[in-house]
Design a protein around this ligand. Sequence first.
Ligand SMILES: NC(=O)c1ccc[n+]([C@@H]2O[C@H](COP(=O)([O-])OP(=O)(O)OC[C@H]3O[C@@H](n4cnc5c(N)ncnc54)[C@H](OP(=O)(O)O)[C@@H]3O)[C@@H](O)[C@H]2O)c1
Length: 432
Amino acid sequence: MKQSIGIGLMGMGVVGGGVVDVLFDKEERLAKLIGAPLSLKRVLVRDVNKPRAVGLCDGMLTANADDILDNPDVDIVIEVMGGEQPALDYIMKSISLGKHVVTANKEVMAKHGAEILTHAREQGVQVLFEASVAGGTPIIAPLLRDLVTNDVISINGIINGTTNYILTKMAQEGQDFGVALSAAQELGYAESDPTNDVEGIDAAYKLAILSTLAFRARVSDADVYSEGITHLTAQDFRYASELGYAIKLLAIASKTDGAVHARVHPAMVRSDVMLAKVDGVLNAIEVQTDLAGRVLFHGRGAGDLPTTSAVLADVVNIARDVVGGAPPPPPPSLSDDVSISPISALETKYYMRLNVAERPGVFAQILKVLGDLDISIASAIQKETDDAARRAEIVLMTHRAKEASVQSALQAIGRLEVVNEIGSLIRVEEWD
Ligand SMILES: NC(=O)c1ccc[n+]([C@@H]2O[C@H](COP(=O)([O-])OP(=O)(O)OC[C@H]3O[C@@H](n4cnc5c(N)ncnc54)[C@H](OP(=O)(O)O)[C@@H]3O)[C@@H](O)[C@H]2O)c1
């Protein structure tokens, strides 16, 4: 029986720092849970001379990954460096060398999850990645274990806390996007380069991971349609509220007739549905299945300690198997026989905000374009926005329509001489 479980930590930033703290603070508890103590062997960082909040014994830090990879005493590699490379290389090398891996890296898992899991299966090691989606809120282990006998019908979620914070500020305080983003940056909720969050890229990574596990299919980030929140304005939130809706950046996936449909974009949801009430930096994911029905996961999606909670849960699970000498449970096998349904195949309701000339017949011209493409209007609001300049704003809510038709209609409407600007197009999700 193993006397201790050796840990090699790759990265000691926000998450890695939390991991080291809790490894020390909860040392005894972890040893009891596992049946042997965890022993931190080396910690990989970029700059060994950088001042660190957490004190480590001399010689613990290294800038050379081989100090972990070639160390026979390292049983589990915790990768919390982030980025695609060299993280992917280190994960694959760890697996080749028979080391188990715990990672929080959504980018690597979204882009290379299938090859990593296949390699782990071949090498008989475990790769766990609970922290890669929704931080401290369990979702991956439930999909792999607790819901394993279910067929997942759909996943609907808010899986990016930064954008949810920004959208909450825009809705509750009438702020414009730039102002709300600055507030998020001041509070440390958004990075100085917020592109991955506000363009929907981070949420697309996470949805690819969830779709892969939920539908047991190879779904990568490239298969997820994604659109960010930068084009939303304070007006959109005012109109949404007038119409009884909230605007959220949603991650939505489903599987029908063997095809997976996965998309991330701002969407309107009725203000009385559960996801409409998830505010601030919180995450929430609703999984609908054939047996369990609707199951909700709700909690903190980021931060050092919530993410550490998920990382160390994975470490404990692997370490227990190592101590007990149990063979690692095989990673999920993924079907290749799944196609990806494009966004153009979507059928839903739409909100459109148009800036138009204030003159007779404008509305009729727009309705004609929509009618020709089989798009019917459920409601319309017209407001004069600038009397002197004779410009008005029109807001339309459509009945269910085909995405491809709506995109063609928008192009045609944009070409009308009476239309100054297409303000926004937001998809509307009609959920109970
Ligand atoms: N932050 C969160 O709340 C959160 C939540 C869920 C998941 N995650 C995921 O967790 C991972 C880590 O995030 P984080 O926020 O902790 O990142 P971070 O604060 O930027 O820390 C990254 C750490 O990795 C080290 N590192 C980066 N590139 C390296 C390289 N090429 N060689 C050696 N060391 C390298 C850095 O070294 P130096 O310290 O020397 O710069 C730093 O210690 C990411 O995959 C992220 O997506 C984060």
